[in-house]
Design a protein. Structure first.
Length: 465
């Protein structure tokens, strides 16, 4: 009887040992997640090319709006012996003539001229009145100074619609041969008036500032990852203005930083009062932008869990199946929690640093190692799992591609580079070329992969409305 009991106990112990050896239980302490707020990073300045094109027809229309009816009046004869009134008779026309603005100005003028002297308290004056009607031809050079395009205008000729006359005893007497020299009386006044009107027509600063303010307002790139693109202007450059065909053209270049911010919508850092216009000979054409590929730990866990789906890891007759993967951050490292079943049941914790594979566009976890507490439990329960070859097998599956993130980010940006118009007369076009990885940053919510994008952006201000 004793032999039977001893035999039964022996069998029970053997079965228990077999059971224990085939399915060990791991109870390891969980490394708790901690806060990892984003750190400051260097943001390489970007250059956005902004070719400005102001159509002469728009300038002509605006000049005609500003100059109507009586455009000049001087009723004081005592200061220079002249009274002058000038009216615009018909719309002004503006065109390009050999790289300068040619203006045809239809007008009529009334001039009262006083001859004589004032001596010993006696006024000895004789006045004459002139009526002029014709077309002035003016030539203007274009210059860009302190946010404004200015013209320097000179009167070149005067073509009479009807002969100038002088009023003598109620009759209009033609005096064409005498009046041409008197045009000099109001020549400078007409030139100044044209320059003032054209200058107002060419004040592009409000258009550019309004366009920049809209461009620099942060916009959402991805609602899924709560990522926002923000442009922060630093400096604004401009080249000399040129008259080409029927347009006044020059280039502006915005030196700025382009950044992606994760979370709530960031505030705009646009301040028009801090932007300084600098004159340069050539504006850089390339854009250099920093974009962030955002991978939340929840999404990464799902992707890596799918990598392990249906896969067994074996060593001899021992096998484990990874049921679930969870990832978080603690103490500057990534924690990968593997829920396993099979020869070993429970959770094991691995730690490592994320790396990036430029060729495959994948983030992977290199140099994985067991968290110390986990390793102690492994050594006590299943030493074979603590060996390096097992880690290498797991490590091969701890990777995920950020290519979808990059593609999504690129497509979101491209939407704003295909004739996008944030306001009337402003059009944004561009291309994206190389995408290069820069670095990885860990936060308490996500893995941020910093990507550098090269390309070109053109912002065309077309018109002077």
């Amino acid at each position: 009887m004793k032999k039977i009991i001893l035999y039964s106990l022996s069998i029970s112990c053997i079965l228990t040992m077999i059971a224990c050896s085939s399915s060990l239980k791991i109870e390891a302490l969980k490394p708790e997640p901690d806060d990892a707020s984003p750190i400051l990073y260097d943001n390489t300045p970007s250059y956005i090319n902004m070719p400005i094109k102001l159509k002469l027809i728009d300038i002509e229309n605006k000049t005609n709006t500003l100059l109507t009816g009586l455009i000049y009046e001087d009723n004081t004869i005592e200061d220079d012996n002249y009274e002058i009134k000038i009216w615009k008779l018909a719309p002004i026309s503006i065109e390009n003539e050999s790289g300068k603005i040619k203006t045809i100005f239809p007008l009529k003028a009334f001039i009262k001229y006083r001859l004589g002297t004032n001596k010993i308290g006696l006024s000895l004056y004789n006045t004459r009145e002139f009526n002029l009607n014709g077309n002035l031809t003016l030539i203007s050079e274009v210059n860009l100074t302190n946010w404004k395009l200015y013209t320097h205008t000179e009167l070149k000729s005067f073509d009479w619609n009807e002969s100038p006359t002088i009023n003598i005893m109620g009759k209009a007497i033609p005096i064409t041969y005498l009046i041409n020299p008197t045009i000099q009386l109001f020549k400078s006044k007409i030139e100044k008036k044209i320059d003032e009107a054209v200058s107002k027509s060419l004040d592009f600063k409000p258009n550019v500032m309004e366009a920049l303010e809209k461009i620099c307002t942060p916009f959402e790139m991805s609602s899924t990852y709560q990522s926002w693109l923000r442009i922060v202007p630093l400096e604004l450059y401009t080249t000399d203005a040129k008259l080409e065909s029927e347009n006044i053209t020059f280039e502006m270049g915005l030196k700025c930083t382009i950044e992606t911010i994760v979370g709530q919508k960031p505030i705009s850092l646009f301040d028009k009062n801090k932007i300084i216009l600098k004159a340069i000979s050539k504006v850089p054409e390339k854009i250099n932008a920093n974009i962030i590929a955002v991978s939340t730990y929840q999404d990464v866990s799902k992707i890596i869990s799918s990598n392990f789906s249906g896969k067994e890891f074996a060593s001899g007759n021992r096998k484990i199946l990874i049921q679930n993967v969870a990832i978080w951050h603690t103490k500057g490292k990534m924690i990968i929690a593997l829920e396993v079943s099979g020869s070993v049941n429970g959770k094991i914790y691995l730690s490592g640093f994320p790396e990036y594979n430029e060729q495959t566009k994948e983030i992977y976890f290199d140099k994985l190692e067991y968290v110390l507490d986990t390793k102690n439990h492994l050594i006590r329960t299943a030493n074979w799992m603590a060996q390096s070859y097992f880690l290498k097998k797991i490590q091969a599956n701890c990777r995920y591609s950020i290519k979808p993130n990059l593609d999504e980010g690129k497509q979101n940006i491209l939407k704003y580079l295909k004739n996008y118009s944030p306001m009337t007369g402003v059009y944004i076009n561009g291309t994206i070329e190389d995408i290069a990885f820069k670095k990885i940053q860990l936060t308490n919510k996500a893995i941020l992969a910093f990507i550098n994008i090269n390309g070109a952006i053109n912002i065309k201000v077309d018109g002077s409305k």
